[in-house]
Design a binder for this molecule. Sequence first.
Ligand code: TRP
Ligand code: ZN
Length: 881
Amino acid sequence: MRTDTPQTIYRKDYTPPAYLVDTVELGFDLDPETTIVASRLTMRRNPDSTEAGIELYGQNLKLVALRMNGATLREGDYRISSNVLRISKAPDQVTLEIETLTSPAQNTTLNGLYVSNGNFFTQCEAEGFRCITYFPDRPDVMAKYTVMLRADKQKYPVLLSNGNLVEAGDLPDGRHYAKWEDPFKKPSYLFALVAARLVCQEETFKLMDGRDALLQVWVEDGNLDKTDYAMQSLKNSIRWDEERFGLELDLDRFMIVAVSDFNMGAMENKGLNIFNTKFVLANSRVATDVDYAGIEAVVGHEYFHNWTGNRVTCRDWFQLSLKEGLTVFRDQEFSADMIGTDSGRAVTRIEQVRTLRQAQFPEDAGPMAHPVRPDSFVEINNFYTVTVYEKGAEVVRMYQTLLGRDGFRKGMDLYFKRHDEQAVECDDFRAAMADANGRDLAQFERWYSQAGTPVLTASGKYDARWLTFELTLSQSCPATPGQPDKLPFHIPVAVGLLGADGKDLPLTVGGKQHGGTAVLELTEASQVFRFTGVKEEPTPSILRDFSAPVVLNYPYTDDELLHLFSHDSDPVNRWEAGQRLAMERLLKLTAASAHGSKQELDDTFIEAMRKILVDESLDAAFRENALLLPSETMVAEQMEVVDPQAIHRARQFMRRVIGERLRADLHAQYDANLTPGDYSPDAISAGKRGLKNIALAYLSAAPDEHSDALARRQFDEAGNMTDRVAALVSLIHSESAGAALALEKFYDEFDNEALVIDKWFAMQAAAPGTDVAMVRSLMRHPAFTLKNPNRARSLLFNFANGNPAQFHAPDGSGYAYWAEQVMALDKLNPQVAARLARSMDRWRRYSPALQAQMKTALQKVAGAPKLSNDVTEVITKALSN
Ligand code: TRP
Ligand code: ZN
């Protein structure tokens, strides 16, 4: 929350802490209205610091007592101003004793100590610990924690914190206690406690070195039928990290706790991961294939943080991608390895590319653009972004592409050898990768320091006489806020050359032989790569497996794209060729629609789609992805002046024509990809459901009696949530007469399942027929609340980000609504409000009329009284960049 005028914090201003903390003892007397927190810190002067005094941070706390080495400090001995408590004179060795009060029940921010459904939880990353007690709350202060929890035994039978349980017992007045000890040093952002009425699924698991670990998944009573997949994912994660990276669980006990009020996906607190229920609870009745995949990825992600984040942590928050980019990369590799097949891997890669284009490229081109390692911020919570996470993961992936899997592993090993139990920088990770492999990675640093999506421009020249193919690669990078000029990046460009038969030609480049794919390293603004012994004019397949997070420009002809779409041995580029074919057409159709001229879709494209649809040698999941058109947001990113309604009409037209023209084949594939029998979330089954359901979506986009009946039948007979949701979406989008009744039935059947009711709101928010007035009326539904982030996101975010044609209504009503909701949310939860505020990032790309309305809405929010730092930063940047 904003206390003074927002201040910008700069990476260059980093100084080491004046005092280090060796041990922390915390005592909690938990009560929703007033919780008493007693802390005892043993501290010593940091030899690496030149500063004198002790600096503690604290926010929304009532200080009751402060003692230094046994003596009470009075005002004057210390000073508190704007959330900092300073003790200017202190000896080299200090024991501080601090008593503070907080009010968890009043805490709607879900940051610090808060109450959810009557239970206590904490969220300390990034700077929530200072809302619990005064502390040098910065990640380079690492200490050993002992925690005593005391609470009413009836109301809070379960008392959890980090590490191992060392003591528990009863107290007078119906209270009880539990004492926890974390054997490892940690930064304060990894502290956690839970005091709650919960139940758990547990089991012991044999670790690599033979030790037994106790694994627990804690949920509210009534949800134990939804914990199996999270538990299985946890066991898979532990095994995978042992096998792939030689990293073992370092605790005897590992707990996952699910909470329904949570700002993000989950949190990697040492030994006590706290999760949004969305990423824990699943069974076939309530969760979709996408939900299952999300659980596997997030359970893995948080578990992998135990080494990449917790054992080796960040020196300061500018280094956030050190742990997040690396850990996302690790969870991506985990999910891919769990599928196991090359084609399954490729589908996960395609999904990653889609996320980057859908969310990260726009961020990198907008007012909040920042490097993977930012140079400044106002509110760190605003920098848990797709750039830090997903682009950060791409940067880590490029090391693996450049060094190979073994080289990457060597780099990881050296990183842990050098930095275990330290707080370090992104540069330290890069140095470990370079040193372990004897490679110069100095230029690679620019991936951390320069924002913006590089543009890779390629052109090819075949010489039939000398049998050479010259590939010219050039790079540039657009200006971003604060960075007008960019230097060349070190870009790995994976290239293959296809012959006329569609097979990979053998490659020799620079005298070196490769298999079907060569990884070229572009380091200059422009370079020519000469392939020799090329027996025929090839079709180049550039940026295979999406080897770098860049935009590729190559003057592909339709014929070349069709060739790649039919034959490329690299599934990612094969998919990419189809996306290019579709995008070209979507842009033309959008222009035609805007000018009111006739829309037409060529047979060539439709036949190419048909070929993929019916090719049973391809995985169902790949075919589903190949049939999925670029989103309206992606089309918008390609336009100078975005016309949301024209884009929507164009994409709908294309979907309808595909549905009409491929009707028989779609029906056949629908039937061929049924998954009778018990539900299983495995990749093959999920792929079949995906293909079947995209077939249904196309059929519903060209509705006739058959397709409507098909959707209704699927809705009525679905044996799992994936099929049920797909059917309902089809009914809603085709404005079927059965849609209203289906929505009602869906609600009634699942009104006890909060996560399913979130879907109910989300589906309606994103439906093309839902306008601002309908969203407002959904907000008046008794099940709606702004206080629960999942619920707020399900309606508001899905409307603002997932329903562009309605959100950007020409009368500006969507923007006025957005402004109201940002301001309302900000009073409750600034972190969530600031995320909604980001929906206006790209406002300068719309028509002057829409821009004017958007600016008015932005200014309205900017002028609101008592705006949080979080929202202020987002709005200020939108208005000034
Ligand atoms: N470190 C968490 C993760 O990536 C992210 C997170 C969870 C978070 N809760 C948060 C970040 C609250 C900021 C605020 O897994
Ligand atoms: Zn993370």
